[in-house]
Design a protein around this ligand. Structure first.
Ligand SMILES: Nc1ncnc2c1ncn2[C@@H]1O[C@H](COP(=O)(O)OP(=O)(O)O)[C@@H](O)[C@H]1O
Ligand SMILES: [Mg+2]
Length: 525
């Protein structure tokens, strides 16, 4: 039985009307239905609510907007208004799902969370959601990474290949089960680990010991190498680079080989080229067996490119190189469709005036052309105003969590078709874990309470806490000593203990070990 909530009151337009409510538990944003004499059940939504006293009695009035009814896969608005005094009911799940274009079952869809005010599961069509490129925008701590992880879990279940550019190293927790049982119960989610589906690569494997070493292919085209070298080259220098590449063309070469060939040049101007190549070589990301496009993009696998502990310039280089080679492979039809996630996107494709970085060009190309080759981009950022507008406007599925900064709200408004001041207000008022979903995957923008993760969430807030300096309490030295001085027996296998001992004896005469460690860490004391 549909729940009666009130009657239509006053002037009725086809697109908007007022409801005199007979119950006080109706919420802003909730869906209602009205039986139209010609078109049958029509869906509408509560905008604002008003309450006042009239003749000693409390009156509750709601503003409502007509959404429409479904006919031949289209949502239509009745051509004539509802009758005055028509009864209004709370909308049922079936009608909401039909008219709002939400899928009815979990299988083969993205289960994002529950529709606000109705607790109806929101299942989004995968193709309509990620196939249009996605942006996930919100202020820090509003739940971007959490929401993205939910999407990743859903894509992994459906064996869609994923590549994650992960500057904070926060996505490897997809390997661990969530232990927040209350939250999972609320969303009907079971803890799950995606350990066998997650492949983690890092440039810095010292601070990311669980990751495989990331090695990129040192093969470059001339334009690529000119772009990637950390300096501007003159025409003469470009031709030196060209000659060197030409000579090594058919070989499996390393950066060192390239340096050696350039060294054979007679011109003095070669030294600048060599120093650039040395920077590339010293980054270490070209050492070893390079990963191929097919290693990175694999059905049922999330490849996490963990950039934690990697210098910003090298981060840009890694993204550029990976994005380019994947884009070329996708264009040649060598890869299945895949999801490419860029966290902190404002750093990798900044808006003009906020710095120019190496990866900007390729990300712009992917945003405008990637879709047709199955290269689906997802950009995540806490500073929408600082992301390249061209990139942002190509992301036609928008997941917006709480934003309050006026510049960021403006940038979001500019990237969404039909953005209204009502939506801007809604975005300001969202709570953590709530998202406004806009795009082709929904008939109209909806607010979703994002479901609990199946896997553990590692908050970057907590990561930051972890790296704040340890309190200088007693026992501090004992905590850091093991990092430097492993068990002596372990050391002796790898290094010449005699030399170390002599060195230690010498220095002991000057300072105790404790003093030396203190002097390294507590210089400012
Ligand atoms: N959907 C959610 N359900 C439960 N907690 C959430 C949700 N979204 C965010 N949170 C909480 O908010 C914190 C910040 O979320 P996070 O996604 O890391 O923010 P950011 O937007 O900065 O990426 C998380 O550590 C988590 O505790
Ligand atoms: Mg985050």
């Amino acid at each position: 039985m549909a729940r009666f909530i009130g009657t239509i009151e006053g002037e009725v337009k086809t697109t908007s009307f007022k409801i005199l409510l007979s119950t006080s538990d109706v919420e802003k944003g909730s869906f209602v239905k009205i039986n139209h004499e010609v078109y049958g059940w029509v869906l509408a939504r509560i905008g604002g609510l008003k309450r006042y006293m009239q003749d000693g009695e409390e009156v509750l009035i709601a503003d409502a907007r007509t959404i429409g009814y479904k006919q031949n896969e289209q949502v239509l608005i009745p051509k004539s208004p509802f009758k005055p005094n028509e009864k209004v009911y709370s909308a049922d799940k079936e009608l909401i799902q039909n008219v709002m274009g939400l899928s009815k079952n979990r299988k083969n869809n993205i289960y994002l969370g529950l529709l606000e005010g109705h607790n109806i599961p929101v299942y989004l069509d995968i193709q309509k959601t990620i196939g249009k490129h996605v942006s996930v925008l919100a202020k820090t701590g509003a739940g971007k990474s959490y929401t993205v992880a939910v999407i990743l879990e859903e894509l992994l279940k459906n064996d869609i290949p994923i590549v994650v550019i992960d500057p904070h190293g926060e996505y490897s927790t997809l390997k661990y089960e969530n232990d927040d049982y209350d939250a999972m119960l609320k969303f009907n989610v079971k803890p799950r680990s995606y350990r066998d589906k997650v492949k983690e690569y890092a440039a810095n494997i010292i601070i990311n010991p669980d990751a495989d070493k990331l090695t990129l292919n040192p093969k470059f085209s001339l334009e690529e190498l000119i772009d990637i070298l950390p300096m501007r080259l003159t025409d003469k220098q470009k031709s030196i680079v060209y000659d060197a590449l030409k000579r090594l063309e058919d070989k499996d070469y390393t950066i060192q080989d390239l340096i050696n060939v350039v060294k054979l040049e007679k011109e003095k101007t070669k030294w600048k080229v060599i120093s650039g190549l040395e920077t590339l070589r010293n980054s270490g990301i070209f050492d070893g067996r390079p990963i191929t496009e097919e290693d990175i993009v694999k059905e049922g696998q999330a490849s996490i490119i963990n950039l934690k502990g990697t210098e910003p310039q090298i981060q840009e280089l890694i993204i550029t190189k990976i994005a380019r080679s994947l884009f070329n492979a996708a264009k040649s039809g060598l890869l299945p469709s895949f999801f490419f996630l860029v966290e902190e996107a404002h750093n990798f494709c900044p808006e003009r005036g906020f710095g120019d970085v190496l990866s900007s060009n390729i990300l712009r190309n992917i945003a405008s052309e990637g879709r047709k080759f199955g290269f689906y981009l997802c950009v995540v950022s806490q500073r929408p105003a600082r992301i390249d507008k061209n990139v942002l406007s190509q992301c036609n599925t928008q997941i917006i969590l709480k934003v309050t900064n006026p510049n960021d709200l403006r940038a979001i408004g500019q990237s969404i078709e039909g953005f209204t001041s009502g939506m801007e207000n809604d975005i300001r008022q969202l709570s953590v874990g709530q998202a406004l979903v806009v795009g082709e995957c929904v008939e109209q923008p909806i607010t979703v309470n994002i479901r609990a993760r199946e896997t553990k969430h590692l908050s970057t807030v907590r990561i930051k806490e972890k790296i704040t300096p340890m309190k200088r309490e007693t026992g501090f030295i004992d905590k850091i000593k093991p990092i430097f001085l492993k068990d002596e027996s372990e050391l002796s296998e790898r290094v010449d203990m005699e030399k170390i001992k002599i060195g230690l004896e010498r220095s002991k005469r000057r300072k105790t070990l404790r003093d030396r460690i203190i002097s390294i860490f507590l210089k400012d004391k």
